[in-house]
Design a protein around this ligand. Sequence first.
Ligand code: MN
Length: 287
Amino acid sequence: MKFGFIFGAASDTGQLRDINQDSYLTAPGLAIVADGMGGHSGGEIASAIAVQTMQSLLADRAAEHRSLQSLTEAVRIANREILTEAATDGTLQGMGTTVCALSAIDSASGLRLGLINVGDSRAYRFYDGELEQITEDHSLVEVLVRQGRLTPEEAQVHPQRNIVTRALGVGDQVEVDRFEVAAQLGTRYLLCSDGLFNEISDDQIATILAAVTDPDEATRTLVNAANDHGGRDNITAVIVDVVSSDEAEAAWAKSSDGAAIGTASPSRDSDRPASGADDGRRWWQRR
Ligand code: MN
């Protein structure tokens, strides 16, 4: 089946952080959200490397030449790029990033959607009023929720909610979760960093996705809602509306520039010391 994407994207530093370490990309047939971690400028650099590496490996390929395997390979190459960059500069040591990406792919069943995820950014599917989280968070609080030791509501405010169990930039190997789904017209996908879902509930997300048709406006509404609730972290939301290929072409013809890449927002206060950017996030390796 022929289909296309219409995108919306918004990213904000939030109310407490000094800089925005999230990065995102929207390009034909491809959307990525990456949430960087590490003090000084490490986090922003790691998330930017992840997005740019995947863009250079995937964005020029037609969907017919993308697969879950090529998405996974792009994540692994991005991981090595981050490790290499961190090794060249002591101040970047320990930088890392999550990555969550949605792409049109070729599969045994024809053109479909491929999703990959590492870390605690999320992909949701919204269809017919129902919101469903597709990805599983690779985080300590997710482990505790699964063990029944925390409720999802307690996880949102848990002091250790920043601890991730998987990320790029941590080791030579990176385990990548992969999902393949049918490209159903009228489906809306949301990719987001934890700065969104730690502030607002899935019900609030669903209400906004249902109420605001324009995808750009919907992402801005989501980010504003997270900021209104406190904005304790950087907030990024990317919406992918699955539409007919004709509808997608018309929308792309109207937009001036092809690919959008961010972080969209400048430093809230660039005079503050760079160490203020350290959000205390750290790795917690499962053995
Ligand atoms: Mn975050």
